[in-house]
Write a protein that binds this ligand. Structure first.
Ligand SMILES: Cc1cc2nc3c(=O)[nH]c(=O)nc-3n(C[C@H](O)[C@H](O)[C@H](O)COP(=O)(O)OP(=O)(O)OC[C@H]3O[C@@H](n4cnc5c(N)ncnc54)[C@H](O)[C@@H]3O)c2cc1C
Length: 482
């Protein structure tokens, strides 16, 4: 199997698929890698064939077209394969990606890499958030859409953003009793007025959103603006929550607290870009709260500060599937131009064709980012005993103590109390620790930075890392002999 190609695309969601197809159409030799057994990423996730689907949103038809274009291209796909590290290649100007998957090489060298690794759910901790029965909105959507499993019977949702609405609507349609949706944002209509031009033309999305609201209204589910679940209780599983209205500063109003019996809590405070590979490469990052936090700094061709490394889609800032597709195509043109497969004129023409659509999507992303930013004040809901790093069982009290002993950054806290060293490698707790640090030290999120990351960026068996080290030593010895 090939271990030297011109372009590797990491992630087969909307962004990665478009990037791979565009680059291969220009004549590039492309390998597309994804941990999943199927193409599509989160948005075009394929349901098992035995499931019936009426494809109301038309997404499946769009996805099938994209899959068909990929299948008729020369792109080679590595499924079930994790890219666990990325390094400078042995030849200048190349990159070496280390892989873990069945029947794939241990590493693959490429002259250009397009990172399209998507995003993951963001939660805000509160007492009881680690109880069984408390799940994220993305997890609920995946269970319902991909597995036709209802996560519970009596459900409350809390968080912010349209994914929460979609999850609520699908839960209702699936037969769950949804007792309420707590949306932390308030005054959505007034605050949305300045963004009306960005909404113009987004008819499909508006129809989709109105459809969810109609489903909620039909089931008489209260949609509580300016409120949040503030704690959960239960023995083996959650059985009760407290919810409260939020004041102007997004702090819960104690007099407004109400208890509610539930068996499932769905939490979704938007998404966090999956920047692990960018961070491992030490690409320059910039802070954009509305787009999910720290994201790679890119030029107009989607190239990061590391030459030949491009970042597209949600991993470069939360923007949704349509924006991901456009960015993917732009990076595809740019990579093809860089490696001499496309004359500069054609690259410019391709990119300028995408620009109006990109600007439109950017304005819409700005609207969502502004209206549905996770409120910083809610990061004070957790108590000293609340577990913050669930993998390593580190409490808020321990994190605060580390900060009081002088921890200045998320990585300092990790070094002192192990938060972020577990299975998820800080994907859940990294941004939470950053908020705790910011609150306790009175600094900005930009200032407290993010978790530094080392390979493997996702857990792999230890022998995989050992074999990689051995492979590198053999390579070095071979080069020394030459
Ligand atoms: C859990 C979840 C559920 C969502 N559900 C919805 C929804 O129902 N409706 C909606 O409108 N939007 C939803 N979204 C948002 C929407 O899916 C995204 O905006 C869109 O898919 C972005 O496309 P993308 O190509 O950037 O990333 P994605 O579609 O997320 O694709 C990224 C791909 O990269 C792969 N990957 C990541 N890291 C690696 C690695 N190291 N090695 C190999 N492969 C890797 C992943 O397996 C994934 O397939 C959801 C997002 C998430 C995170």
């Amino acid at each position: 199997m090939k271990d030297n190609v011109e372009l590797v695309v990491v992630g087969a969601g909307p962004a990665g698929l478009e990037a791979a197809i565009t680059a291969s159409q220009a004549g590039m030799d492309v390998v597309l890698i994804d941990t999943s057994p199927k193409l599509g990423g989160q948005y075009f996730k394929q349901v098992p064939e035995s499931f019936q689907s009426d494809d109301r949103t038309g997404n499946q038809a769009k996805a099938n077209k994209l899959f068909q274009r990929l299948r008729s291209s020369t792109v080679k796909v590595f499924h079930n394969t994790l890219v666990w590290g990325i390094f400078e290649g042995s030849t200048p100007g190349t990159w070496c990606l280390t892989l873990y998957g069945p029947g794939v090489p241990e590493r693959i060298n490429a002259r250009a890499v397009i990172l399209a690794t998507g995003a993951f759910d963001r939660s805000i901790p509160f007492p009881g958030w680690d109880l069984p029965g408390v799940i994220t909105a993305g997890a609920a959507l995946t269970m319902i859409k991909s597995q036709r499993i209802l996560p519970g019977k009596r459900v409350i949702l809390s968080g912010t953003g349209p994914l929460l609405l979609e999850a609520a609507a699908l839960l209702i349609e699936g037969g769950a009793e949804v007792v309420g949706v707590c949306e932390s944002a308030a005054n959505l209509i007034w605050r949305g007025i300045p963004y009306l031009p960005a909404v113009w033309g987004q008819w499909g999305r508006l129809r989709e959103g109105l459809g969810y609201i109609k489903t909620l209204a039909g089931a008489r589910v209260p949609y509580r603006l300016g409120s949040a679940v503030t704690s959960a209780r239960g023995e083996d599983r959650v059985n009760e929550v407290t919810m409260a209205k939020l004041d102007r500063n997004k702090k819960p109003i104690p007099q407004s607290e109400v208890r509610q019996a539930v068996d499932t809590v769905v939490i979704g405070y938007n998404l966090t870009p999956s920047t692990e590979l960018c961070r491992q490469l030490e690409c320059e990052l910039e802070f954009d709260g509305g787009r999910g936090g720290f994201i790679p700094r890119r030029n107009e061709r989607m190239e990061t500060s590391c030459p030949g490394i491009y970042a597209v889609g949600d991993c470069a800032g939360i923007g949704g599937a349509e924006m991901a597709r456009i960015e993917g195509r732009i990076a595809g043109y740019a990579a093809a131009g860089k490696l001499g497969h496309m004359p500069e004129q054609s690259v410019l023409r391709g990119i300028s064709r995408e620009e109006p659509g990109l600007r439109h999507e950017q304005r819409f992303a700005e609207l969502l980012g502004d209206l549905f930013s996770p409120p910083a004040a809610l990061y004070t809901l957790a108590g000293p005993d609340t577990i913050i790093c669930r993998c390593e069982q580190v409490t808020l009290g321990q994190i605060r103590e580390a900060i009081s002993y002088g921890a200045q950054s998320v990585s300092d806290v990790k070094n002192m109390v192990r938060s972020g060293m577990g299975n998820c490698q800080g994907r859940t707790c990294g941004s939470i620790v950053a908020h705790i640090l910011a609150v306790q030290t009175g600094r900005s999120l930009e200032d407290v930075r993010y978790l530094n990351i080392r390979p493997p960026v996702h857990p792999v068996p230890i022998n995989v890392v050992e074999e990689h080290q051995q492979g590198l030593r053999n390579l070095e010895q071979g080069m020394a002999r030459e």
